[in-house]
Design a protein around this ligand. Structure first.
Ligand code: NAD
Length: 486
């Protein structure tokens, strides 16, 4: 049985003999690993190691030296590509091609893009007039914030965790990471990479465990953590923000969504069906940017629903190693209970079930996995729970609309504001709607097309702050102004 340990001060912790928990495969519910659960003392040791590293060799490195090391991290991830793919497939059960084409390469890319960004961002300078005529010069100094707590979710574990670790390290901070209890493996494996390329001890630390009364809370309440970057549910973000208020620690939050897909009648029909299919069902619908509300202009509504139904019914269930499979299970039995609860609620609320709504019949061991059918509903009012609440499963509700003003209002009638995807060949309309939807990220005629230099984050209850490219520097550094009287 695989043992997953903490990685503190450059070493994997010895068998703790203390608290641990089982990680089960989403594919068949078998136990695949025993994971150590950090105590408060272990989190404290990780934070102390991270604090000490700030004034060690890491803190003395030049930006060039630090960024060169981060490129080596990316190279080593690429060299150990198959190990990362295997670890993440084991944790999430998602298809091989999703790992090899998206989630694991993005981990390496995150280190490269932030190493390059940090080296090329100037700080500001302002000349000012003074009464004596001699003037003064102001310039900004960018300094690392210190020890950053990184708390990440399970839905794209390696991509989302490195999206925070890479800019934090590029800016000269040190980190204490807590991956989700559902996906402990890739964060642990990254410790081997850090040691292999010579990242000084204490710079990258990982503690395993849960949220409340466990590693997550021990990090967020630790007074030596200078700032917290978190991706996960909005409700969890609220709890973390309360913890961060003590000591006035800064937070960066990437939270939940209830994203709208908008399809106008003039859209490239096949491209729109493909795009909405991917955004609703990729990663079994467990993508924060995914579409759970679809609005389709009335003249193409029936045809669109039928086309999406055909695609949803053609998914290939299977183990990730089976390259013919393109659809995985949900992350856990617990999450499946939540999603199936929403499937039942949709029926209670009067939905027309276009397809799915239940559990597929699968052979052998897979029958015990956390599988659910891709599901499409129509006919619900906007007040229905499945139209308002984030389900985080492979499902969407589709509703017809008649004009631009109506669909913009429908898209905005939510407390969330993460992303939207708009499908139209009328570019003027695309610009108009994009400017009006209250979200952090809008895609036109595409979905999940990511340039890592751009601002990423949510409006309303979908997040606080922006990360990506230079925007990450706003959170991971502190700008000090120096004013020199000439
Ligand atoms: P979650 O909030 O349940 O857990 C996320 C992490 O927080 C886990 O590591 C968990 O152990 C930890 N945690 C839980 N309670 C905590 C507490 N009180 N204190 C400290 N840590 C705590 O989220 P999840 O179920 O892992 O992930 C799914 C959610 O993440 C969805 O809502 C999804 O939309 C969101 N998400 C958002 C983005 C984005 O970029 N906006 C990206 C991916 C996922």
């Amino acid at each position: 049985m695989r043992q997953i340990r903490h990685f503190i001060n450059g070493e994997y912790s010895a068998d703790p003999g203390g608290r641990s928990f089982e990680k089960r495969s989403p594919l068949d519910n078998r136990v695949i690993a025993t994971v150590a659960e950090a105590t408060r003392a272990e989190v404290d040791a990780a934070v102390r190691a991270a604090r000490a590293a700030l004034s060690g060799p890491w803190g003395r490195m030049t930006t060039d030296e630090r960024c060169a090391l981060l490129h080596k991290v990316a190279d080593e991830i690429t060299r150990r590509f198959d190990d990362f793919v295997a670890a993440e497939m084991a944790d999430t059960g998602q298809p091989h091609h999703v790992m090899t084409h998206a989630f694991i390469p993005r981990g390496a890319a995150n280190f490269r893009v932030f190493a390059d960004t940090v080296k090329n961002v100037p700080t500001e300078a302002f000349q000012m007039a003074t009464p004596d005529g001699a003037g003064a010069l102001n310039y900004g100094l960018r300094l690392p914030k210190g020890v950053i707590g990184v708390i990440s979710p399970w839905n794209a574990p390696f991509l989302l965790m490195t999206w925070k670790v890479a800019p934090a390290l590029a800016c000269g901070n040190t980190v204490v990471v807590k991956p989700s209890e559902e996906s402990p493996q890739t964060a642990a494996l990254l410790g081997e990479v850090m040691n292999a390329v010579g990242i000084p001890r204490g710079v990258y630390n990982v503690v395993q465990g849960f949220g409340p009364d466990s590693a997550g809370e021990f990090i967020t309440t630790h007074e030596e953590i200078d700032a917290i970057t978190f991706t996960g549910e909005t409700r969890t973000g609220t709890a973390i923000m309360q913890a961060a208020a003590v000591g006035m620690r800064d937070v960066s939050f990437e939270l939940g969504g209830k994203n709208a897909g908008i399809v106008f009648a003039d859209a490239d029909f096949d491209a729109a069906v493909d795009g909405i299919f991917r955004s609703a069902f990729m990663n079994t619908g467990q993508v924060c940017l995914g579409t759970e509300r679809v609005y389709v202009e009335r003249p193409i509504f029936d045809r669109f629903v039928q086309a999406l139904k055909l695609k949803a019914e053609a998914v290939k269930y299977g183990r990730p190693e089976d390259h013919a499979s393109n659809y995985g299970p949900l992350i856990s039995q617990e999450h499946r209970r939540k999603v199936l609860g929403y499937y039942a609620k949709a029926v209670e609320e009067g939905a027309t079930v276009v397809t799915g709504g239940g559990v597929p019949e699968l052979p052998g061991e897979l029958a015990d996995g956390a599988w659910v059918q891709p599901t499409i509903w129509t006919g619900l009012p906007e007040t229905a729970a499945v139209v308002r609440e984030e389900i985080f499963g492979p499902c969407c509700h589709i509703r017809p609309f008649d004009d631009e003003a109506e669909v913009t209002a429908l898209a905005n009638a939510t407390d969330y504001g993460l992303s939207t995807t708009i499908w139209t060949t009328n570019l003027a309309r695309a610009h108009r709607v994009a400017a009006k939807v209250e979200v952090g990220i809008t895609w036109v005629n595409s979905w999940f097309l990511r340039d890592l230099r751009t601002a990423f984050g949510g409006s309303k209850q979908s997040g606080i702050g922006r990360e990506g490219g230079v925007h990450s520097l706003e959170f991971y550094t502190e700008t000090r102004n120096v004013c020199i009287k000439l």
